[in-house]
Design a protein around this ligand. Structure first.
Ligand code: HEM
Length: 164
């Protein structure tokens, strides 16, 4: 057997393709922040963000494109995601995580009609959201949970490529 052939892509059908590419990601992010703007449960996490969400939306679109196995739009401009470090300025406890997930679940309901894909994305988003959680309920700092092996592509059901 020749070694000249590249090894087969371990993730031939990443979430990016299954969701439908760039345009649905833009719609997902729009729906996500619309939910954050309107759901009373999300008021506390909305207050962590700037009033004008345009820049934040564009960064999240570029991150999700890469995270779902599509074009690498994030790291060339912003570097390694290091999401836990980037979220350190905000006190993110279980309630904040759950509010974030509520918004994302509503957005997924609106944009992703494939039940299996929606369930996979839900589980994968939850792992990242819980990894980002830096505050215990009651206000104590939550220590870093360790290297996020459980978030690596082979471990999450999803074919994500980059670490959060
Ligand atoms: C757990 C609850 C979460 C809260 C409360 C939260 C909140 C925030 C806030 C306040 C910002 C700053 C926005 C800005 O600078 O305009 C931010 C940035 C960001 N968040 Fe979250 N977030 C959460 C979870 C997540 C998750 C699960 C993901 C990814 C799946 C994510 C991805 C990002 C990205 C990519 C950025 C921009 C990072 C950069 O500056 O390059 N966040 N988040």
């Amino acid at each position: 057997m020749s070694t000249a052939h590249p090894s087969p892509n371990p993730h031939p059908n990443p979430h990016y393709a299954r969701l439908g590419g760039h345009e649905p990601i833009v719609r997902l992010v729009d729906a996500f922040y619309r939910a954050m703007d309107t759901l009373p449960e999300a008021a506390a996490i909305r207050a962590m963000h700037e009033p004008d969400l345009r820049a934040t939306k564009s960064v999240l679109v570029s991150y999700l494109s890469e995270w779902m196995g599509g074009p690498k739009l994030y790291t060339p401009s912003r570097g390694a995601p290091a999401l836990r470090r980037r979220h350190q300025p905000f006190a993110i406890d279980g309630a904040a995580r759950d509010a974030w997930m509520l918004c994302m679940r509503q957005a997924l309901q609106e944009v992703c009609t494939d039940d299996a894909l929606r369930a996979e994305l839900d589980a994968a988003f939850f792992k990242v959201a819980d990894f980002i959680r830096n505050t215990e309920d009651g206000g104590h700092t939550r220590p870093h949970p360790g290297r996020p092996r459980a978030l690596q592509p082979e471990v999450v059901a999803a074919p994500h490529r980059s670490q959060p």
